[in-house]
Write a protein that binds this ligand. Structure first.
Ligand code: T3D
Length: 264
C-alpha cells in the first residue's frame, strides 16, 4: 500500500493515518486510493471492530491538493463533478456506512473536504488547537463531501451559511459547543482518548453498533412513525444475536460481558 496512508492493525481495531504532512495531508489521487483500500480492508476484517482516522504532522487534512488543480498546468478546468463522483462522494459513504464505529481524531486543521471527511466519521474528537474551515468559498467553490448536509443538520442554516460563506475557522471548542463534533480535548490527550474509545468499541457488540448507526442515519429523514418501525426491525435483529444473550446474562450474573461482535 502507498505510504500516503498508514494503516496499523492493532488488537481489535485499526489506526488509519493520512500521511502527506508537508501538504497538511491534502488529498491527491494516491491518498484517495490508499484510504479507500485501507477502509475496505477494515470493512472486510471481522477481527477489526473499530477504526481510528487521524492525520500525520500538524494538520488533519487540507482537502483537495490544489497543486493538482493548478490552472497554469492544466489549461482547461477539470470537471469537478467527476472528481466528486469518483473520489469524495464514495469516500464519504464508505466512512458513513462502515459497519463498525469510526472515530476521527482531528489532530490539527481540517479544511475544505478535509473538514467534511472528518464529519462523515461517527465520533469526532478534536485537539483544542484544531480548526474546522469550510475553505471552499476562498477558491470559488461550494462546500462538498457532505459539508452542506452536515452543517445544516448539525448547526442549522444560520451557522451553516455563515461558516460556508465566510470560511471562518471554527475552533474545536466551538465545534464541540455547537454540536458539530463530540468533544474537544487537550492536544496531548487526543490520541489516548481516541484509542481508548476504539479499544472499548473493539470489545463491544459490533453488530448492534452497526444497526445503531443505521437507525440514527435513517432518523434524519424519517417521521417518528417511520422511525419507530425502523427501530422495531433493527431491534428484532439485535435481539436475535448472541451478544444480546451475553449482555443480559452478564448483567444478571453481575460480571462484564464478553461480546463477540457477530451478527448472530
Ligand atoms: O478539486 C476537486 O476535486 C473538487 C474537490 C474539492 C474539495 C476541496 O477540499 S476544495 C478546498 C481545498 N482546500 C483548501 O482550499 C485549503 C487550502 N489550504 C489553506 O487554506 C491553508 O493551508 C490552511 C488554512 C489549511 C492551513 O494554513 P496554515 O497557514 O496553517 O498552513 P499553510 O502554510 O497554508 O500550509 C502548509 C503547507 O501545506 C504549505 O506548503 P509549503 O508552502 O510549506 O510548501 C501549503 O501550500 C500546503 N497546503 C495546504 N493546503 C494545501 C496545501 N497544498 C496543496 N493543497 C492544499 N489544499
Amino acid at each position: 500500500m502507498s505510504d500516503t496512508v498508514l494503516h496499523e492493525r492493532r488488537d481489535g481495531y485499526a489506526v488509519v493515518t493520512l500521511n502527506r504532512p508537508d501538504r497538511l495531508n491534502a488529498f491527491n489521487e494516491a491518498q484517495h486510493l490508499a484510504l479507500r483500500a485501507a477502509l475496505d480492508e477494515c470493512a472486510g476484517d471481522d477481527a477489526c471492530r473499530a477504526v481510528v482516522l487521524t492525520g500525520a504532522g500538524r494538520g488533519f487534512c487540507a482537502g483537495q491538493d490544489l497543486s493538482d488543480r493548478d490552472p497554469a498546468m492544466l489549461g482547461a478546468a477539470p470537471d469537478l463533478g467527476i472528481t466528486l463522483e469518483t473520489f469524495y462522494n464514495p469516500l464519504v459513504l464508505q466512512l458513513r456506512n462502515l459497519a463498525k464505529p469510526v472515530v476521527c481524531a482531528v489532530n490539527g486543521v481540517a479544511a475544505g473536504a478535509g473538514a467534511n471527511i472528518a464529519l462523515a466519521c461517527d465520533i469526532v474528537l478534536a485537539a483544542k488547537s484544531a480548526k474546522f474551515i469550510q475553505a471552499f468559498s476562498k477558491i470559488g467553490l461550494v462546500p462538498d463531501s457532505g459539508g452542506t448536509w452536515w452543517l445544516t443538520r448539525h448547526l442549522g442554516e444560520a451557522r451553516a451559511k455563515a461558516l460556508a460563506l465566510t470560511a471562518h475557522p471554527l475552533s474545536a471548542e466551538d465545534a464541540a459547543n455547537w454540536g458539530l463534533i463530540w468533544r474537544a480535548v487537550e492536544d496531548e490527550r487526543l490520541m489516548a482518548e481516541a484509542i481508548a474509545l476504539a479499544e472499548a468499541f473493539a470489545r463491544g457488540p459490533t453488530h448492534a453498533y452497526a444497526l445503531t448507526k443505521q437507525a440514527i442515519h435513517a432518523a434524519s429523514t424519517n417521521t417518528l412513525e417511520e422511525q419507530l418501525q425502523v427501530e422495531r426491525a433493527l431491534q428484532r435483529e439485535a435481539g436475535r444475536s448472541d451478544d444480546y444473550k451475553e449482555g443480559v446474562a452478564a448483567f444478571l450474573e453481575k460480571r462484564a460481558p464478553e461480546f463477540k461482535g457477530k451478527r448472530q
